[in-house]
Design a protein around this ligand. Structure first.
Ligand code: DX5
Ligand code: ZN
Length: 220
């Protein structure tokens, strides 16, 4: 049976009750904390920064998966390690020397991720796929929670899976944006290993139950 990982996105949490929402994720069947860092330059929104991640790290008892939506991410690799990131993901579109960025992340002892925007072809990752621990495939345009899922993602997951298999890599495929109970099973069937879910979890009446539901429908 496939154990799909569920990563609630803290962007959709109630920031006035952040500790409560972190404890909810700790208690739930969720596997990772997904942390969205936005700089207002790479994406047209600003989320939160270092002090908030430091506070999250104090309470979070699971893997911290940091998704950097910032220009020139190399400037902060060391800092995010110090703030508790276990996985650090940079955007393909924001990295001039992607191979160097991946090595720098690994040299700090973190898993290295690459995020790709909906318009970015997965074929562009082929020559670095063996160096990538995680591909964060955006299934919405990055910058905001609560957007609707882009259907073309299924095709891209299958193409990426082929590249991973062809290169004998162990890269995980993470899907980020618009994940719900309606598309979760189909995403896993296409080849997804990790599902990020923000608004679907946090706007539900019972987030713990919603996470359990996602876990159940993706255990194929
Ligand atoms: C979007 C972020 C996502 C977002 C997902 O830029 O990278 O992680 O929080 O939120 P939902 O699940 O609401 O689309
Ligand atoms: Zn994200």
């Amino acid at each position: 049976m496939k154990n799909t990982l569920i990563a609630p996105s803290v962007l959709a949490a109630d920031f006035a009750n952040l500790q409560r929402d972190i404890e909810m994720i700790n208690t739930s069947e969720a596997d990772w904390f997904h942390i969205d860092i936005m700089d207002g330059v790479f994406v047209p929104n600003i989320s939160f920064g270092m002090p908030v991640l430091q506070a999250i790290n104090k309470h979070a008892k699971k893997t911290i998966d940091v998704h950097l939506m910032i220009v020139d991410p190399d400037r902060y690799i060391k800092t995010f390690k110090e703030l508790g990131a276990d996985i650090l993901t940079v955007h393909y579109e924001a990295s001039t020397h992607l191979h160097r960025s991946l090595q720098a992340i690994k040299n700090e002892g973190m898993k290295a991720g690459v995020a790709i925007n909906p318009h970015t072809p997965v074929a562009l990752l082929e020559d670095v796929i063996q160096d990538i621990d995680l591909v964060c495939m955006m299934s919405v345009n990055p910058g905001f929670g609560g957007q609707s899922f882009i259907e073309n993602t299924y095709k891209k997951i299958k193409q990426l899976k082929e590249i991973i298999v062809r290169n004998n890599a162990s890269t995980l495929i993470e899907i980020d944006g618009g994940v719900t109970d309606k598309n979760a099973a189909q995403l896993v069937e296409a080849g997804a290993d990790v599902l990020v879910a923000g608004s679907f979890v946090f706007t539900s009446d019972d987030p713990i139950q919603t996470i359990a539901q996602l876990k159940k429908i993706t255990s194929l």
